[in-house]
Design a protein around this ligand. Structure first.
Ligand code: NI
Length: 227
């Protein structure tokens, strides 16, 4: 399942992010690719330890923690500190699958990647190419969202970023370990939660059926969540 979340960052935040990232110390992205992906990766990234990446990453995490749609869709247990990349001058990242287990920077802990996220920081008309192409059960989907919007997709899916032929494409990307590892179970919980949210204003407070549905949501989550 592919879920778009609009306006994670607003116009003021985007302006600030873009101004700060315009003078950032971009480095060759191939340095951080796994051995399989290295040949396919032609972009630039900020070092994980770069204070700017840490600061902006923390700001993104704070926004997401209070975002009901993100929490409902991802049911996050752990989130890899957001990274930043830049594609320009034909930069591309060929088809690959993200690593399944990742070492969290600055800790001995490892996390499993269930969901991959891309937060677009440039408007689609600022660059040519640079589509995020994700292979799913219904074929290949091309994603190129407005600045400030985020896409969530299964980390298990084959995906690529097509060459950026002109302009520049700056984005943040990161991974989420979900409380619910199984994608199908997580999709059912998301549907149920969204339905409950839509029904809530339409029925009287304390409606017995809505209470039961809410109970079912929590009891399924209790059954499926690994903490
Ligand atoms: Ni990837």
């Amino acid at each position: 399942m592919l879920i778009s979340i609009e306006q994670v960052l607003d116009a003021d935040e985007l302006r600030d992010f873009r101004a700060r990232l315009a003078t950032a110390s971009w480095q060759d992205g191939a340095r951080t690719a796994g051995t399989l992906a290295r040949h396919a990766k032609r972009n630039q990234q900020l070092d994980d330890a770069d204070p700017l990446a840490v600061e902006l990453g923390n700001r993104i995490l704070r926004k997401l923690a209070g975002h009901p749609l993100f929490v409902s869709a991802a049911l996050p247990r752990r989130i890899y500190p957001p990274k930043f990349n830049r594609y320009a001058g034909g930069g591309t990242y060929g088809a690959h699958v993200d690593s399944a287990v990742m070492q969290l920077p600055g800790s001995g802990d490892a996390m499993r990647s269930d969901l991959s996220a891309t937060l677009f920081l440039c408007e689609p008309d600022e660059y040519e190419g640079g589509e995020l192409e994700i292979e799913g059960a219904f074929g290949v989907q091309q994603v190129k969202l407005a600045a400030g919007d985020l896409v969530l997709y299964p980390s298990s899916s084959l995906h690529q970023v097509t060459p950026v032929e002109s302009g520049e494409r700056i984005a943040s990307f990161f991974w989420i370990e979900s409380l619910v590892a199984d994608e199908g179970a997580r999709a059912l919980l998301f549907d149920l939660d969204q339905s409950i949210q839509q029904l809530t204003p339409a029925v009287p407070a304390g409606d017995a059926s809505l209470l039961r549905l809410t109970g079912i949501y929590h009891n399924l989550l209790r059954r499926w969540a690994a903490t």
